[in-house]
Design a protein around this ligand. Structure first.
Ligand code: NAD
Length: 330
C-alpha cells in the first residue's frame, strides 16, 4: 500500500483528480490517498492558499499527485506551483509530448521536454525601482543548469533516446544563458553516445511548428520550458493530454501541464487524460511500471478509437464517460 498525497486543486482540478483516482484504482495498485486542500477553495476559508497541513503531508509522504491551482493575478500571492517547486527543490520538470492517432495536427511527435524548475525569471526576484520601473531579475546558476541537463541526459541514456537539444537565448543574454550553455556543454561531454545540439529559443518555436518530429529530448531553462511545452501541447491535441513530473532528490510532484481552466470548470467536460498520464508517471516513479504501461495503453486505445472524447479533443463526451471508457480499456 503506497501513501500518496492528493491535492485536488481548484477549477477543473477536483473533477480530473476524481477521475484519475478511479483510473489508478482500476489498475489494482493499492494507494492510500491523503487528500489535502490548497488553492482558492481554502483561500476563502483560511486566508491562505496553502495551509501548513499541506506542507506537513508532503514532508511525511514525499509523493504527490496534484490538480491545477489558480494563481490570483496581483494581490501579492506567489504561485503555489512555483513555491512548491522551490521549497522541495523539484529541479527537474519533465514533460513528455506524444502524438496520438487521429488527434492533433501532427502524427509523428515524440519528444520529452526537460524544464529547469527552480530559478530563471520565475525565482520571484522583482524589484520596484520607482513608480514607473520594475526590474525582474533572471537567476541562472551553474548547479541548477547542470542538474537539469544531467537529468535530460540520464533519462536519454535510460530510455535509449538518441538526441538532446539545449534551447537558449545566449546570443542576447550572453551571461545568463551563456552560463546555462556552458553548463550544458560540460554535461554533454560526459555522454559522447548521445547527439547534442543547441537551438535559439525563437528559432526553436518555428522549428517545433514546422518539423516537430526532428526533436527527441529538449532541455531548457524555466521560462522557455514553460512556453515551449504549451506550444508542443498544441501540436498534438492540446493541454488536456500532456502530463508532467516535478522531480527532486527525495520528493516528487506529478501534475498535468494545464491550469485550472476556469472557462470549463464545473461543466463536467474537463479532459482527465493529462492528469491520468501524470499518475502513470507517478506509478513508474513508485516502481509500478506494469500498471503505468497499462494506463498508457488504455489511454492510447481510447484515443485511437475516438470513444467518448471530451470537447477539447473534438468529441461530445464528458469527464465521467471518458473515465469510464479508459477503465473499460484497462
Ligand atoms: P489553462 O491551462 O487553465 O487553460 C487554457 C485553455 O486550455 C482553456 O481554454 C482551457 O479550457 C483548456 N484546458 C486546459 N486544461 C484542459 C483540460 N484538462 N480539458 C479540457 N480543456 C482544458 O490556462 P489558463 O487559463 O492560462 O490558466 C488558468 C489558471 O490556472 C491561472 O490561474 C494559472 O495561473 C493557473 N495554472 C496553474 C497551473 C498548475 O497548477 N500547475 C498550470 C498552469 C496554469
Amino acid at each position: 500500500m503506497y501513501k500518496v498525497v492528493l491535492i485536488p486543486g481548484d477549477g477543473i482540478g477536483p473533477e480530473v483528480a476524481e477521475a484519475t483516482r478511479k483510473i489508478v484504482g482500476a489498475t489494482g495498485v493499492e494507494i492510500d490517498w491523503l487528500v489535502v486542500e490548497a488553492g482558492t477553495a481554502v483561500l476563502d476559508k483560511t486566508g491562505e492558499l496553502i495551509p501548513q497541513s499541506v506542507f506537513d503531508a508532503i514532508e511525511a509522504h514525499r509523493v504527490v499527485l496534484k490538480g491545477p491551482i489558480t494563481t490570483p493575478i496581483g494581490g501579492g500571492f506567489k504561485s503555489i506551483n512555483v513555491l512548491l517547486r522551490q521549497k522541495y527543490e523539484l529541479y527537474a520538470n519533465m514533460r513528455p509530448v506524444t502524438s496520438y492517432p487521429e488527434i492533433g495536427k501532427y502524427s509523428e511527435v515524440d519528444l520529452v521536454i526537460f524544464r529547469e524548475n527552480t530559478e530563471d525569471l520565475y525565482a520571484g526576484r522583482e524589484v520596484r525601482v520607482s513608480e514607473d520601473e520594475v526590474h525582474g531579475i533572471k537567476v541562472i546558476t551553474r548547479q541548477a543548469s547542470e542538474n537539469i541537463v544531467r537529468a535530460a541526459f540520464e533519462y536519454s541514456k535510460r530510455k535509449k533516446r538518441q538526441k538532446v537539444c539545449a534551447v537558449h537565448k545566449a546570443n542576447i543574454m550572453k551571461m545568463a544563458d551563456g552560463l546555462f550553455l556552458e553548463a550544458s556543454r560540460n554535461v554533454a561531454a560526459d555522454y559522447p553516445d548521445i547527439e547534442y545540439s543547441e537551438v535559439i529559443v525563437d528559432n526553436m518555436c518555428m522549428q517545433l511548428v514546422m518539423y516537430p518530429e526532428k526533436f527527441d529530448v529538449v532541455v531548457t531553462e524555466n521560462l522557455y520550458g514553460d512556453i515551449l511545452s504549451d506550444l508542443a501541447a498544441g501540436l498534438v491535441g492540446g493541454l488536456g493530454l500532456i502530463p508532467s513530473a516535478n522531480i527532486g532528490k527525495d520528493c516528487a510532484i506529478f501534475e498535468a501541464v494545464h491550469g485550472s481552466a476556469p472557462d470549463i470548470a464545473g461543466k463536467g467536460i474537463a479532459n482527465p487524460i493529462a492528469l491520468t498520464l501524470s499518475a502513470a508517471m507517478m506509478l513508474d516513479y513508485l516502481g509500478e511500471t506494469t500498471a503505468a504501461s497499462r494506463v498508457r495503453t488504455a489511454v492510447y486505445r481510447v484515443l485511437k478509437a475516438g470513444i467518448e472524447l471530451t470537447p477539447d479533443l473534438g468529441g461530445k463526451g464528458t469527464t465521467k464517460k471518458l473515465t469510464g471508457v479508459v477503465i473499460d480499456a484497462l
